[in-house]
Design a protein around this ligand. Structure first.
Ligand SMILES: Nc1ncnc2c1ncn2[C@@H]1O[C@H](COP(=O)(O)OP(=O)(O)OP(=O)(O)O)[C@@H](O)[C@H]1O
Ligand SMILES: [Mg+2]
Length: 496
C-alpha cells in the first residue's frame, strides 16, 4: 500500500496558487458569460440548472399573468381581476376595498399573497395574487417606487390545452358580463366643465342617471314593440352585419311636437341597451373637419344624438344655396358632410353604433335625410292618446284599475291635442289622484274649448292651427331657454 508522506503533500503555496488560478478562471468564465450570453438567457440557464438538479419534476404548470404587456394593460390580467372578485370565499383573510368617487358600489378584490381556488369542468385551478415593489432611480436622482402586479394560475400540466382554449376565454367572457352589469352610463357632450374627459379630451361626460324606461313611455304600443325588437335584433346582429358586408350601425329619426318624449325615448334606449350617449350640438361646430375629429373620438356601443337637426346644418345649407346658389366651401359644416361621414368612415371604424336624429318638423328636413336607407326607422311621437294617458296615470298616480273620471278624460283627450309632457305636468300637481284627475279634466276642457272657440268664430284653416303653432313655438322657446341655461351650468342631465 502506498503511503503518502508529508513530503508528497502539496505545499501551502502550491495550494494557494492553484486556488488563485481556479478563481481567476472562474472570474474569466463569468465575465465572458456576462459579456456574450444575454442577461435573460443567463437567468434561464440558471433556473434550468436549478430545476434540473434541485427540484423534483413537477406535474403542475404555472401561468404568469402580468398586469402590463409592454406599456399597455394586459387584458387577461384585467379580466382575471374582475372575475376573481366573484370567487372570493369567506376563508379569505385579507381583502382590498376601494371606490372611485363616482361609483356606486365598493370594489372588493384580493390582497397580495392571497390564494383563490376555482374549479372548471372538473379541473382544479389555484390563483395567486403577486405584488412586488421595486425601487429604481430615475435620471434626476430621485427614487421611484413601482409595483409589479401579476396573477399566477397553477393547475395540472395535463390540462394546459383546456385551460388556454376554454377556461381563459370563459374568464374573459365572464368579466365582460360583470363589467357590463356594473357599467355606469355616461352622457358625453362638448364642453370643458365636466368631471371626466373622454375621447382624447374632446368630449366631457357626466353620469347619465336618467330614469326613463320603455315601460314608462307613453307611446303607440305597436311602435314601441317594433322599436324594441329592432334594437334587440341590432345588438345581436354582429354575424349578420359581417355576412352582408354592412357597417354595424343603425339610424333612427324621432319626430314630433315638443314634449312628446323624443329625448325621453333616447334615454330609454340607452338604458335598455346599456349604451353611453354622445349628444352632439352641431350649432357649436364650425366645420366638417371638427365634426370628423369628434365622431372619431366616440366609443363603440354608444348612441350618437343630434337633436333638432332641422335647426342646424340643413338650414345653413339652404341659406348658402339661397345666397349664391353655389356649394358651401369644404371647411364649412354641411349636412352632406355630416351624412357622408356618418355613412362612410365613421360607421366603418366602429362597432354597434346607433345614431338618432330628432326634429319637431319632419316636413322641413332635407330630402337627403329622409331618403330610404339613410335612417333605418322613422318614429313618430305624437299627442297623448287614451292608451298613453292610462300609462301616465298608472306611473304618476299609481292608478292601475279604473277611476270614475277616466271615462270623461278619455272622451276629451284625443281631441284636445295635448302632449304627454302636458298631461304629466297636470298629474304631478297633486298626490291625491282625485284632485289631480279633476285638474286634468279641467285642463282638457279648457284646451277643447279654445279649439272650439276658434272654430266657431269661423276663422280660416290656417288660424285654426294657431294654438298648435303657438304650442310648438312655446315649446321651442322653452327648449332654447333650457339650452342657454345648460351651456352655463351643469343641468345637462335634466334635459334627458
Ligand atoms: N311619451 C311620453 N311618455 C312619458 N312621459 C313623457 C312623454 N313625453 C314627454 N314626457 C314627459 O315630458 C318631459 C319632456 O319630454 P321630452 O323632453 O322627452 O320631450 P321632447 O319630445 O324631447 O321635447 P322637445 O322637442 O322639446 O325636445 C319628460 O321628461 C317626461 O317627463
Ligand atoms: Mg327633446
Amino acid at each position: 500500500m502506498k503511503m503518502f508522506s508529508l513530503a508528497d503533500m502539496p505545499s501551502t503555496t502550491t495550494v494557494l496558487s492553484a486556488y488563485a488560478s481556479i478563481a481567476g478562471s472562474m472570474m474569466l468564465v463569468r465575465s465572458i458569460a456576462n459579456e456574450f450570453i444575454p442577461h435573460q438567457f443567463q437567468a434561464y440557464l440558471l433556473s434550468s440548472l436549478r430545476y434540473f438538479f434541485l427540484s423534483p419534476i413537477s406535474s403542475q404548470l404555472t401561468l404568469v399573468i402580468e398586469e402590463l404587456d409592454g406599456i399597455s394593460r394586459n387584458q387577461v390580467f384585467e379580466a382575471s381581476e374582475i372575475y376573481l372578485r366573484t370567487k372570493i370565499t369567506p376563508s379569505a383573510e385579507r381583502l382590498r376595498v376601494s371606490k372611485a368617487s363616482r361609483e356606486k358600489n365598493f370594489t372588493v378584490t384580493i390582497e397580495k399573497g392571497e390564494e383563490i381556488v376555482d374549479e372548471f369542468q372538473g379541473i382544479q385551478l389555484k390563483w395567486r395574487y403577486i405584488c412586488s415593489e421595486s425601487n429604481s432611480n430615475d435620471p434626476y436622482g430621485s427614487q421611484l417606487r413601482s409595483e409589479h402586479r401579476s396573477f399566477e394560475l397553477v393547475f395540472s400540466k395535463k390540462h394546459k390545452e383546456r385551460v388556454l382554449d376554454s377556461y381563459l376565454p370563459y374568464v374573459l367572457n365572464k368579466s365582460r358580463d360583470i363589467k357590463e352589469e356594473n357599467k355606469v352610463l355616461k352622457l358625453y357632450t362638448l364642453g370643458s366643465f365636466y368631471d371626466d374627459a373622454g375621447g382624447g379630451g374632446l368630449w366631457g361626460s357626466v353620469n347619465l342617471d336618467h330614469p326613463a324606461t320603455f315601460d314608462k313611455l307613453a307611446m303607440d304600443p305597436e311602435v314601441k314593440k317594433a322599436l324594441m325588437d329592432d334594437l334587440e335584433r341590432f345588438v345581436k346582429g354582429r354575424e349578420f352585419y359581417k355576412k352582408v358586408g354592412k357597417a354595424w350601425k343603425r339610424g333612427y329619426l324621432l319626430y314630433g311636437p315638443p314634449g312628446t318624449g323624443k329625448s325621453s325615448l333616447i334615454a330609454a334606449m340607452a338604458n335598455y341597451l346599456n349604451f353611453d350617449i354622445y349628444d352632439l350640438e352641431l350649432a357649436n361646430l364650425q366645420c366638417n373637419s371638427e365634426l370628423r375629429r369628434l365622431l372619431v373620438a366616440t366609443a363603440n356601443r354608444s348612441i350618437l344624438v343630434i337633436e333638432d337637426i332641422d335647426c342646424s346644418v340643413e338650414l345653413r345649407d339652404r341659406q348658402f344655396a339661397a345666397a349664391g346658389g353655389f356649394e358651401p366651401p369644404n371647411s364649412q359644416l354641411t349636412l352632406s358632410g355630416l351624412l357622408n361621414f356618418i355613412d362612410g368612415l365613421w360607421s366603418s371604424c366602429g362597432d354597434e353604433r346607433i345614431i338618432v336624429f330628432t326634429t319637431n318638423h319632419k316636413d322641413r328636413l332635407d330630402p337627403a335625410l329622409l331618403r330610404p336607407g339613410r335612417m333605418d326607422m322613422h318614429i313618430h311621437l305624437s299627442y297623448c292618446t287614451n292608451y298613453g294617458f292610462k300609462l301616465l296615470a298608472s306611473n304618476y298616480l299609481g292608478i292601475h284599475e279604473n277611476h270614475r273620471l277616466f271615462g270623461e278624460i278619455e272622451g276629451l283627450i284625443e281631441n284636445a291635442e295635448v302632449t304627454p309632457a302636458e298631461v304629466a305636468e297636470e298629474l304631478m300637481k297633486n298626490d291625491n289622484a282625485d284632485i289631480a284627475l279633476e285638474g286634468l279634466t279641467k285642463f282638457l276642457k279648457r284646451k277643447t274649448m279654445e279649439r272650439d272657440e276658434v272654430k266657431n268664430e269661423g276663422v280660416k284653416e290656417a288660424e285654426i292651427q294657431e294654438p298648435k303653432k303657438q304650442k310648438i313655438e312655446n315649446g321651442e322657446e322653452r327648449k332654447f331657454v333650457r339650452r342657454t341655461l345648460r351651456r352655463g351650468t351643469r343641468t345637462i342631465c335634466r334635459r334627458w
